[in-house]
Design a protein around this ligand. Structure first.
Ligand code: ADP
Ligand code: MG
Length: 269
């Protein structure tokens, strides 16, 4: 596996940006259903992400996690409550907040490099500033595959290309919706390590949704557990362990039990 720290070029460190402060204040949301009924999805959710903090969200499938991420991304306004970034209301998508989904959604007819450059092209950043593309590819360890096409990549490499496409925009907040969810378990473990290194170097804030309790505890400063739909905050767990963390550490095991307990899964804890 490529060691990002070793591969990092000095120029890549120049793209370090400050992390966003996100404030989710008393947010409730619902969707209209056929026949006029309303489906409540978020129930008075309040949550903060401090600048540079890594926050993971855990909750049962369908509870409203992706909906909350969409609201933070600015793709939809919340029905009630407010979401701000560094004190400013979030009202529309912005390149300072980038979402990476489970599916890397690369364009098959574009090379890796051209896929990563997409955000810069869309924002009409002049071509001579595209050195950032190479920096982002170096950060995720894909420099050698810049000229490859998506079908020539493994699942983990495709997801790294999707991360590079996000990083090229120098985000202040990375919004990750189960980004490693489709990878095999070994690739997933090594990608968790790589994601951690990226975050430690880049300084952006992260809001990660995962269904993997250990992944949340391995990566995050804070883990927020949600109830079944409509999502309510059940518990916030501060992960008071320095990096690198080990899944067998007594405190790690203890936090895992607590998280599973708050998810209502005591029988597997
Ligand atoms: N655009 C939408 N219109 C109607 N219902 C939606 C929409 N998006 C999500 N939902 C519903 O909201 C609930 C929460 O969905 P979601 O936020 O995707 O959950 P999670 O990510 O926690 O699995 C689900 O019942 C889902 O069917
Ligand atoms: Mg989801």
């Amino acid at each position: 596996m490529v060691n990002i720290a070793r591969e990092l070029q000095p120029s890549a460190q120049a793209s370090i940006t400050a992390g966003a402060r996100i404030e989710i204040a008393n947010v409730s949301h619902h969707f209209a259903q056929p026949g006029g009924a309303s489906l409540p999805v978020l129930d008075h959710v309040s949550l903060q992400v401090r600048p540079g903090e890594f926050v993971a969200l855990l909750g049962p499938s369908g509870c409203g996690k992706s909906t909350l991420l969409r609201l933070v991304a600015g793709l939809e306004p919340p029905a009630h409550g407010q979401i701000t970034q560094d004190g400013q209301p979030i009202e529309r998508p912005d390149p300072s907040r980038i979402v990476v989904f489970q599916d890397p959604t690369l364009f098959p007819w574009r090379t890796v490099r051209d896929n990563v450059a997409l955000g810069l092209q869309a924002r009409k950043v002049p071509k001579d500033q595209h050195a950032r593309v190479d920096e982002a590819l170096a950060l995720v360890g894909l420099s050698e595959f810049a000229a490859s096409y998506p079908h020539q990549l493994s699942g983990g490499m495709a997801q790294r290309a999707a991360l590079a496409r996000a990083l090229v925009n120098e985000p202040q907040l990375l919004i990750l919706d189960e980004p490693l969810g489709k990878l095999d378990s070994l690739t997933r473990l090594s990608m968790q390590g790589e994601l951690l290194k990226l975050w430690q170097r880049a300084g952006f804030s992260v809001l990660l949704v995962t269904h993997d309790v250990e992944e949340a505890l391995f990566l995050a400063d804070r883990v927020v557990v949600f109830s079944p739909r409509p999502a309510r905050t059940v518990k916030e767990l501060a992960v008071d362990l320095p990096h690198p963390r080990h899944r067998t550490q007594p405190r790690f095991v203890e936090l895992r039990q607590q998280a599973l307990h708050h998810l209502g899964l005591d029988e597997v804890a």
